[in-house]
Design a protein around this ligand. Structure first.
Ligand code: CTP
Length: 405
């Protein structure tokens, strides 16, 4: 198959020109060069191509330094893994050397050696990502399809290349679900069986790798439906055993769908809210989510412990240190009574403050020390429960609390 016409039709003009130049230059340097991975997959699906990924059978960084100087290139970055990022005609392009990968253990990073394009396609996750199109001028647009990727694009399913794929790299479990959700593809039968069997390997992944994959899921346009797919494939249970059992989980999740999702970070808040309170800090530790999210988990537990019929000052005391984000997430699923308490806190109690401070108390003869804080807090509690007081009223109360103490 040759996709010469598709390249011209689907790529933007600058993308097309940039690829033409690179193909020509790599050819002159005697190496084969191919569009690969998501670039060719999206081209064949006639979707907009956002990233240009090119594989060459040599170290690309060495070669681009020998390119004809009439083509200005910006060298953006180079990594020790023989991959580099450049800009040509204002187009960012990822270049990589064709490689083979050996996984020393499930979930570990692979050991990489140089290889042919054929080997490189064989190390990939799914057949729809294991397609390549040559960009050397004599073979411009010729598709290399060693794993029936074209057929799978037609069949609209995601299929792994070999049975050990998920075990080698369990992040592929997230990737499989993400592509299925994004492209509206099914997961091919054997791949599905393998995915369900191999989900236990998710336990081998570091917290950071899981978090990265979840962040990618949550950056997708249809993150909610991908989240549902993760639920169907029972992936969340393998990340942490504390995710609530059905039907609570589905009920909560559908309530949370009403929240607009502005950032992937926000979804981690939602995820934490979906787990049993006594497991939250453990999940946060497992996923390496850091201090901000630990505080969020603690805050959520604090909110959920708020008793029905608490007094105004008890509500204030319980919520005063709690972050706004924890309150707004809890508001989305809290039962009616708790929601009223949260609204009362946000709209009214939080805005109540004293107009006197420690110096005012010292000025009326109360000695410096912990008593000052106690008295100020008692006045604030009184005002929260019984209504506002003028400055002189607050001073009068301070004198009374001091003499009673
Ligand atoms: N890849 C893989 N296994 C992984 C990650 C990546 O085999 N765990 C391969 C796939 O062939 C993939 C390519 O590396 O197509 C590039 O990876 P990435 O940029 O993550 O994916 P894209 O295919 O470009 O897809 P996306 O549109 O999500 O960026």
């Amino acid at each position: 198959m040759n996709i010469e016409n598709l390249l011209e039709k689907t790529l933007t003009k600058p993308q097309y020109e940039a690829i033409k130049i690179l193909g020509g230059q790599f050819h002159k340097k005697g190496t084969r060069a191919f569009l690969v991975g998501g670039t060719i997959r999206d081209l064949l699906l006639e979707r907009e191509v956002s990233d240009i990924d090119i594989i060459v059978e040599a170290d690309p960084w060495n070669l681009i330094h020998k390119f004809d100087p009439k083509y200005p290139l910006d060298m953006i970055s180079n990594s020790q893994f023989n991959t580099c990022k450049i800009k040509i005609l204002d187009q960012a392009v990822d270049l990589a050397m064709a490689r083979k990968e050996i996984y020393p253990a499930s979930g570990a990073l692979p050991v990489v050696t140089s290889a042919s394009i054929e080997d490189d396609l064989g190390r990939r996750d799914f057949s729809i990502n294991a397609l390549a199109a040559c960009i050397n001028p004599p073979n411009w647009g010729e598709v290399l399809d060693l794993y029936r990727g074209l057929e799978d694009l037609q069949l609209k399913h995601v299929r792994i290349l070999h049975a050990g794929s998920f075990k080698d790299d369990p992040t592929r479990i997230f990737r499989c679900i993400r592509y299925s959700g994004r492209l509206g593809f099914s997961v091919e039968g054997d791949t599905k069986t393998q995915l369900l069997n191999d989900s236990t390997y998710l336990a081998q992944l570091s917290g950071v790798r899981i978090t990265n994959e979840l962040a990618k899921v949550f950056s997708e346009k249809n993150a909610n439906s991908i989240f549902d797919l993760m639920d169907q494939f029972k992936v969340l249970g393998h990340i942490h055993s504390g995710f609530p059992k059905e039907p609570e989980f589905s009920e909560r999740k559908s309530l949370l769908e009403n929240i607009r999702i502005p950032t992937p970070e926000f979804v981690f808040y939602v995820l934490i809210s979906l787990i049993e309170p006594n497991q939250r800090l453990d999940l946060i530790k497992r996923l390496d989510l850091g201090n901000k999210l630990s505080k969020f988990g603690t805050d959520l537990n604090r909110i959920e412990r708020l008793e029905v019929n608490s007094s105004r000052s008890e509500i204030f005391k319980q919520l005063t240190e709690v972050s706004e984000i924890a309150i707004s997430v809890a508001e989305s699923y809290a039962p009616r009574e708790l929601r009223s308490s949260l609204e009362l806190f946000v709209n009214e109690l939080k805005t109540i403050s004293l107009c006197i401070g420690g110096e005012d108390l010292m000025a009326i003869g109360i000695p410096q020390g912990p008593k000052i804080g106690d008295i100020l807090s008692k006045i604030l509690t009184y005002m929260i429960d019984s209504g506002p007081q003028t400055k002189s009223g607050q001073i009068r109360m301070a004198k009374k609390f001091f003499s009673d103490s």
